[in-house]
Design a protein around this ligand. Structure first.
Ligand SMILES: [Mg+2]
Ligand SMILES: [Zn+2]
Length: 209
């Protein structure tokens, strides 16, 4: 089971909210270039986060006050644990706020995410995956999916945005909302729609019977 974090487990996109709140430069220009496909996320993310000059304490205080996780995610995690279904969070987001939020909600889950270093010049990113295969992603979700698939396992993928497009399509079962659901509808790719993680639990209960 692979799941996205921002906008999927968290109610809103935390990375985007941090950039919006703390960026000191033209983050909107970068975002536009990314949305139109002029630059990839591997190019966009470092440029966007180097413009964030806040301290870790300032950012976590903002996250603590304004960002929430889907309250039903822990129920979903217990459901998977009880059936020995491994859950792996794959995200283009950053380690420090993702760990902070899971800790705050008392959720214990494996994550493969990008990491950030706080420097006087801004936030410096270190990517989770090599990016050698697709060269588009900072943390290539497809790369992680293929590793797991190579072990002969079936993949369930959960996501909401453009960073989920290529990985989701290679999964055996897809749960989608927002941009990802629209994209899969456009491409006639079968998927389940969800709003909250307890919707996914209900659907899986039916499928795994
Ligand atoms: Mg997302
Ligand atoms: Zn990729």
């Amino acid at each position: 089971m692979l799941t996205d974090f921002d906008g999927t487990i968290s109610e809103v996109d935390v990375a985007y909210s941090i950039v919006k709140e703390f960026s000191t430069g033209d983050w909107k220009g970068l975002e536009r270039k990314y949305q139109t496909g002029e630059i990839t996320s591997r190019q966009e993310l470092p440029e966007q986060f180097i413009l964030v000059k806040a301290s870790k304490a300032q950012i976590l205080d903002f996250v603590d006050k304004n960002m929430r996780l889907d309250a039903t995610f822990s129920e979903f995690k217990r459901f998977c644990d009880a059936r020995s279904i491994p859950v792996l969070v794959v995200s283009e987001g950053l380690d420090f706020y993702i760990h902070f939020m899971f800790e705050k909600y008392g959720v214990d889950v494996d994550v493969l995410v990008n990491s950030a270093r706080f420097t006087s010049e801004g936030l410096k990113l270190e990517f989770q995956s090599t990016g050698l295969d697709c060269e588009k992603c900072g943390n290539c979700k497809l790369e992680h999916l293929q590793t797991i698939k190579g072990q002969g396992k079936k993949i369930i993928y959960i996501g909401d945005g453009s960073s989920d497009f290529c990985a989701a399509k290679e999964a055996d079962i897809i749960f989608a909302k927002r941009k990802l659901a629209i994209h899969l509808d456009d491409e006639n790719i079968e998927h389940f729609k969800y709003e909250k993680f307890d919707d996914i639990v209900r659907i899986l209960e039916g499928l795994l019977e």
